[in-house]
Design a protein around this ligand. Sequence first.
Ligand SMILES: Nc1ncnc2c1ncn2[C@@H]1O[C@H](COP(=O)(O)OP(=O)(O)OP(=O)(O)O)[C@@H](O)[C@H]1O
Ligand SMILES: [Mg+2]
Length: 301
Amino acid sequence: MDVYNSHFNARKEFRMQYRLRRHDGAYRWIDDTGIPRFDGNGAFLGYIGSCTDIHEYRKMQAELLRRLLENAELNRQADSAMLTAAIAHEIDQPLAGIVAMGAAGLRWLDKENPSIEKAKDALSGIVQAGRHAAEIIESLRRVSKQDNRTRVPLSVNTLIREVLTLAEIELQNHHVTLQTSLDETIPTVLADRIQLQQVMLNLIKNAIEAMTSIETNSRILHLKTELGASSNIVISVQDSGPGIEPENMARIFDRFFTTKPRGMGMGLAICRSIIEAHNGRLWAEAGDQGSIFRISLPCNP
Ligand SMILES: Nc1ncnc2c1ncn2[C@@H]1O[C@H](COP(=O)(O)OP(=O)(O)OP(=O)(O)O)[C@@H](O)[C@H]1O
Ligand SMILES: [Mg+2]
């Protein structure tokens, strides 16, 4: 009534929405508009107006809004499920290390002549692995929050050497021969060190797992760095395994896609999120033998 009276008295155009009781007693939402009319001399002649029943429309809008909010919530839940899965996946390795070092430490103490020194080594190994696990968790949080404050100019070759010291024992245990062709003249990239380490570790782990099905003397892992087109740095991880089934090629980067009995199917999905967060690309190709995973990253200007 306030809107109506104030506009009417000022002879102004109005528009309002309210509920009105229909003949059958049901309250319906109405869109009510009014436009004042004047004659040639400006004398007020009254209003021309319309009332439109917008009840169904309002109901639909409310439903749409509800669904929109529900979707946003589902997306948020999916993001946190993804983060949880990623953390579980990435700290599996340091956790296994912690357990192994703990067990070794206990064995050293249980001996007839216990070695305090060896037990201390095991304990510091545990501390280091625990810190590393915490770093990994932090770095994954940064990917999901798109926080890139920890990006620094990195030499990809140095990073690969660091990763190889971490993967060395696994490679030896699986009788994998390592070949590297690292171009020492390539420029640095702007990247998060821990995140990029995780990508390399995941690709190497996949390569090792793929090669368990072939003979031990033909297991070759080839790591290569080079300057690619439009000053991108290209890292290639090539193995001599059975390769990827063509029908799986389109799905290997999907979350939870795995062909391994004990796989989680998270490795490549995590790798791709990390590389894309660095404005790079990650893709797979079939090699002459085995598969090649390539990472392309913009070089640090
Ligand atoms: N180097 C490779 N050679 C052949 N197939 C591969 C290779 N890397 C990945 N794949 C295929 O892609 C799938 C998905 O890999 P991804 O790393 O995402 O998950 P996963 O290794 O199965 O499990 P996890 O979560 O433990 O990493 C693998 O199950 C495998 O079928
Ligand atoms: Mg994997």
